[in-house]
Design a protein around this ligand. Structure first.
Ligand code: 6PG
Length: 256
């Protein structure tokens, strides 16, 4: 594994997708245990898509499953598609199958975005309220999650923050309903930058040669304007965990 440090973020490069999942799962456990030790709880927003599935599966089995503080863990979702929980495109459904149904997390500690609802704006408003109440923040305050897991789309989107979307300019609402015409399921729900950039830790999990070009662009400077490049926790840790294929276009960097 290659570790590179940059003033703005840390990059870890794993040999392959399996090693990537192992590193990511280990990081989740370490962040979870530190959060419980410091604050008595671990509030995490899970990433959707397909890449995180291998990481979730490792967290669902020993040895990592027995190291996780499940009874002190609160699970949210970074984004969701406008589908019911048992739909193959549901991010909640993927996390439940790979992880949540296998571990002793109290059911009322898992906060699903009700993507199937007929009123998307009400879903976003309700989820913002749920997030604030669960984390004990007052209206108008931005909830600080202990960890947000994110993926990266080949167009530079992350969560459901897509290039050119008006939601990229959102500075107040913490959750938004968005229409992403290019997405597999256009109706989306997403955490916004105020929440992403308030997190104590953000970890990107990115795998595959098809992501190499966009990884290079996203790890460049903010001027690219790529949604994923705008995630910079103001008082938190930003870690990119890549496999070699996804890191292939990165320039040789200082490594340790
Ligand atoms: C979603 C995700 C999205 C995902 C990227 C990468 O709901 O689609 O939240 O942001 O992380 O599209 O997806 P893959 O891991 O499937 O490449």
């Amino acid at each position: 594994m290659i570790v590179t440090m940059d003033a703005r973020f840390e990059v870890r490069i794993a040999d392959d997708a399996a090693a990537l999942a192992a590193i990511a799962a280990r990081e989740v456990v370490d962040v979870a245990r530190a959060a419980v030790a410091a604050r008595g709880r671990f509030a995490v927003a899970l990433a959707g898509g397909s890449t995180p599935r291998a990481t979730y599966r490792l967290l669902a089995e020993p040895p990592l499953a027995t190291q996780m503080p499940w009874d002190r863990t609160l699970v949210f979702f970074g984004d969701e598609r406008g589908v019911p929980p048992d739909h193959p495109q549901s991010n909640y459904g993927m996390a439940r199958t790979a992880l949540l149904q296998h571990v002793p997390i109290p059911p009322d500690h898992v906060f699903r975005i009700a993507g199937e609802s007929a009123d998307p704006d009400a879903v976003a408003a309700d989820y913002a309220k749920t997030l604030a109440e669960a984390l004990g923040v007052r209206r108008g305050e931005v909830p600080r999650l202990d960890l947000i897991l994110l993926g990266l789309g080949i167009d530079g989107h992350t969560a459901s923050l897509f290039p050119g979307s008006p939601v990229l300019k959102e500075t107040f609402r913490t959750v938004a309903a968005v229409h992403a015409a290019a997405a597999s399921v256009p109706q989306r729900f997403t955490l916004t930058y105020p929440v992403l950039n308030a997190a104590a830790c953000v970890i990107y999990i990115v795998s595959g040669a098809e992501k190499a070009k966009i990884v290079k662009a996203a790890l460049g400077d903010r001027s690219t304007g790529l949604p994923a490049a705008m995630v910079r926790p103001s008082d938190g840790r930003l870690l990119w965990i890549l496999d070699r294929a996804a890191a292939a276009a990165l320039p040789a960097r200082r490594t340790s």
